[in-house]
Design a protein around this ligand. Structure first.
Ligand SMILES: *[C@@H]1O[C@H](CO)[C@@H](O)[C@H](O)[C@H]1NC(C)=O
Ligand SMILES: *[C@@H]1O[C@H](CO)[C@@H](O)[C@H](O)[C@H]1NC(C)=O
Ligand SMILES: *[C@@H]1O[C@H](CO)[C@@H](O)[C@H](O)[C@H]1NC(C)=O
Ligand SMILES: *[C@@H]1O[C@H](CO)[C@@H](O)[C@H](O)[C@H]1NC(C)=O
Ligand SMILES: *[C@@H]1O[C@H](CO)[C@@H](O)[C@H](O)[C@H]1NC(C)=O
Ligand SMILES: *[C@@H]1O[C@H](CO)[C@@H](O)[C@H](O)[C@H]1NC(C)=O
Ligand SMILES: *[C@@H]1O[C@H](CO)[C@@H](O)[C@H](O)[C@H]1NC(C)=O
Ligand SMILES: *[C@@H]1O[C@H](CO)[C@@H](O)[C@H](O)[C@H]1NC(C)=O
Ligand SMILES: *[C@@H]1O[C@H](CO)[C@@H](O)[C@H](O)[C@H]1NC(C)=O
Ligand SMILES: *[C@@H]1O[C@H](CO)[C@@H](O)[C@H](O)[C@H]1NC(C)=O
Length: 655
């Protein structure tokens, strides 16, 4: 993205973020940059930079008192027969990412010969643990996208600002098919699978993305969204005010008919719908039109999009003002994730009766960019992990964390601003750690089933889940939402198998930070991505897996306040989640030319070397902090540059 359009783009992105129902966002030009609002601490009061680097630190909620204070010693009986309410089978790729289409050329790479190595590393980290990672390239910008043959300066994405007509001043997004080729290159290196979206701003269907997407991505294309938050179209002026679920169904039928007469679309059974924001329409409003039966053979997935709250008032002066410090506690207990899934429980059951999978195509802590100090806190990481586990338990089949630009607080990862890319690296947000922990908790077997254990008498601060494979408990996930630096609120759960065999010892990995308000000092099994601008996408530090000896009838696991513990009940449960195992080596090439591009050594791409995480992945090559990591990875298209061989070692579980 060129600098002169940088801030214009920031404003644009805001206008595209989902907002609550009943909110209409008209031209936002002239709004204050997000970084100048909603600060809560003295240190951050005068901060004027991008939201992604906002220094606001909230105050951790008080330690609960009275009846709400949890018992610090409790037993967890894992049922081994007749397991009531256990979920459908889940995949290790459950928690993936949703990348706003307009920032794909900052996050994924510049083009198909210039991939962002930090992005590859981050994805490889998830793939090693869960077997695959699912990424959507879409969002509001997909609805206005137009595939063009070429763009000036070899760009793959550009805004046609001359043609913005609608009330949100959203210029059409132009892209070339090199965007899709770039996605394919990424998949060739690590097992990223994609969702794209068919533009839905009008019914003169632009199907090129479906044609090219299928042709280029093949099996790596999981599905195509048909519409993005259609229940907000009327509010946002994209349809007339009477637009309702049956109008949407008619448009879907028109789309299906257009697709079936397009011989360049090989696979018709690919659509993802209705992707409602659950703003003006409930899912039932859509189902009750006969939607699923009418479109049956065209629907690959049913899906929704949802954020638990919004920060639109701070951004646009509309909606309800919300203070991050005040609402922080509402993210920091088990009720939060349960409330999040509640509107969809009927729909996940309904989807099963129709033989469809149900997805959460876009979520994060809050729409309109999230909240400073909240969305980028360790508390948000715990919330994301608990909510993802709650979705898995509630029979969703996947969820995608939204990634915006520099102007949002909630990013799992943020590339440096364009003009700082030569001396800064990426900033990894707390919620990225949730995706690693989630991938390991579910694992890559495709047999995992999730059970909410109602732990500790359903105390809201100490939830726990068990993961079963083929009827046997293999992993247990334990949360402690309380912040108590004294150590006085650490708890010990005694895990016992109801009628089953106890192992003599179990392995434990912790997700830790000193407080729920912590932004950077976060570790997963002792490893970290460090502070702002500090990461090339690899974990640093030595992996720390604890061994806990068990008594004859239980294993006692301590969970710090705050913290998350993942207990591996068997060695197989640990190794299948990517801790050990054989590796596969894929050759590729990288080339270096300009001074800003470092030489890519074999270890730059996150490597699974049979000893995942033990230092090898952690090391940052000398000088890399100052040289940037935007190494170009190419495929030898006869380019006129020095080509060096790069052994890109990717996880054994890669397919
Ligand atoms: C913020 O700026 C004002 C005016 O320049 C100054 O008086 C104040 O001390 C600053 N606050 C902080 C926390 O730096
Ligand atoms: C890809 O992007 C890089 C960096 O901007 C540029 O040097 C290169 O020419 C581009 N490649 C193509 C094929 O446009
Ligand atoms: C939909 O978007 C396309 C491409 O940006 C544009 O040409 C077309 O006019 C838009 N349709 C409406 C109804 O705005
Ligand atoms: C509103 O849109 C519907 C469906 O697209 C159309 O049938 C109807 O005529 C429109 N109404 C008005 C007042 O434009
Ligand atoms: C569940 O959804 C189905 C399909 O829309 C609907 O018929 C039914 O009434 C819903 N049940 C509840 C309890 O909302
Ligand atoms: C727990 O979370 C729920 C849902 O977000 C919220 O309504 C409730 O106030 C929270 N409880 C406490 C004690 O903070
Ligand atoms: C998930 O689906 C399973 C299998 O149909 C069912 O037994 C269970 O009750 C469902 N869970 C929820 C929370 O709806
Ligand atoms: C980068 O660009 C921004 C916005 O134009 C500007 O404020 C900032 O000073 C620039 N930073 C550097 C290091 O050039
Ligand atoms: C799990 O499912 C994915 C996607 O369908 C597939 O690629 C992978 O091979 C499966 N893994 C196992 C262990 O069966
Ligand atoms: C980082 O957090 C850990 C606890 O998770 C703590 O022991 C350590 O002192 C912290 N380090 C810094 C530099 O704050």
């Amino acid at each position: 993205m060129i600098e002169s359009t940088f801030f214009a783009t920031l404003f644009l992105l805001f206008s595209l973020l989902p907002v609550n129902a009943q909110i209409t966002v008209y031209g936002v030009t002239g709004q204050e940059p997000i970084g100048q609002t909603a600060t809560n601490t003295a240190a951050a009061a005068n901060y004027t930079g991008s939201a992604a680097y906002n220094p606001t630190v909230l105050i951790a909620p008080d330690i609960p008192t009275g009846d709400q204070y949890p018992s610090l010693q409790f037993e967890l009986q894992l049922p081994t027969t007749g397991i009531d309410g256990i979920s459908i089978t889940q995949q290790g790729s459950f928690l993936g990412f949703s990348v706003e289409m307009s920032v794909a050329n900052q996050v994924l790479g510049k083009n198909s010969t210039y991939l962002q190595v930090p992005f590859l590393n981050l994805m490889a980290n998830v793939v090693q643990r869960g077997g695959a990672v699912n990424v959507r390239v879409g969002g509001n910008t997909q609805d206005l996208a137009v595939l063009v043959d070429s763009l000036p300066d070899g760009k793959i994405i550009a805004k046609d600002t001359s043609a913005s007509t609608n009330p949100t001043d959203t210029p059409p997004l132009q892209f070339t098919n090199d965007l899709i080729v770039m996605m394919r290159r990424i998949s060739d290196m690590t097992n990223v699978r994609w969702y794209l979206g068919i533009p839905f701003n009008d019914t003169n269907w632009r199907l090129a993305i479906a044609e090219q997407g299928q042709q280029i991505l093949g099996d790596y294309l999981l599905g195509l969204q048909a519409s993005n938050e259609p229940d907000l179209y009327a509010d946002h002026g994209h349809r007339n005010t009477s637009y309702g679920p049956s109008d949407y169904l008619s448009e879907m039928q028109s789309l299906v008919s257009a697709m079936s007469s397009d011989s360049n679309i090989q696979n018709q059974d690919v659509l993802i719908a209705p992707n409602i924001a659950t703003g003006d329409w409930t899912p039932e409003n859509v189902w009750d039109t006969g939607f699923v039966d009418v479109l049956d053979t065209s629907l690959a997935y049913l899906a929704v999009e949802h954020y638990p709250t919004d920060n639109c008032f701070a951004q646009f002066g509309i909606g309800t003002p919300r203070d991050a410090q005040t609402i922080f506690p509402t993210f920091l207990n088990h009720t939060s994730g349960q409330s999040f899934v509640q509107p969809y429980l009927n729909s996940t059951a309904y989807a099963q009766t129709k033989g469809k999978k149900f997805l959460m195509m876009e979520t994060n802590t809050a729409s309109c960019g999230g909240f400073a100090g909240l969305s980028d806190s360790f508390g948000a990481a715990l919330w994301t992990l608990d909510t993802a586990m709650q979705m898995a338990y509630s029979n969703f089949s996947g969820a995608l964390l939204h990634v915006g630009g520099q102007n949002v607080y909630y990013n799992p990862f943020t590339p440096p601003p364009t003009n700082q890319s030569t001396f800064h690296q990426w900033t990894i947000g707390p919620v990225f750690y949730s995706t690693l922990a989630m991938a390991e908790t579910i694992g890559p077997s495709n047999q995992s089933q999730v059970l909410d254990l109602g732990a500790n008498n359903n105390n809201i601060y100490t939830p726990a889940y068990a993961v079963y494979e083929n009827g046997t408990p293999v992993r247990v996930a334990l949360f402690n939402y309380i912040t108590d630096p004294s150590g006085g609120s650490d708890y010990t759960a005694s895990i016992a198998f109801n009628g089953g065999q106890i192992a003599s010892q179990v392995k434990v990995k912790y997700l830790l930070a000193p407080s729920v308000s912590e932004k950077h000092n976060i570790t997963w099994a002792g490893q970290t991505f460090g502070a702002q601008f500090a990461s090339d996408g690899r974990l640093t530090g030595t992996e720390d897996i604890q061994t806990v000896s068990c008594s004859s009838d239980s294993c006692s696991i301590t969970v710090p306040a705050p913290g998350f513990a993942l207990v591996f009940l068997t060695d197989d449960a640990l190794s299948e989640s990517g801790a050990t195992g054989a590796t596969t080596t894929f050759p590729t090439t990288a080339y270096t030319k300009s001074i800003n591009t470092v030489t890519v050594d074999a270890s730059v791409l996150a490597t699974s070397n049979g000893n995942r995480g033990n230092g090898m992945m952690g090391s940052t090559s000398k000088g890399s902090v100052n040289s940037g990591k935007r190494a170009r990875v190419g495929y030898g298209h006869g380019v006129d540059v020095a080509i060096i061989a790069l052994a890109c070692v990717v996880g054994a579980l890669m397919m």
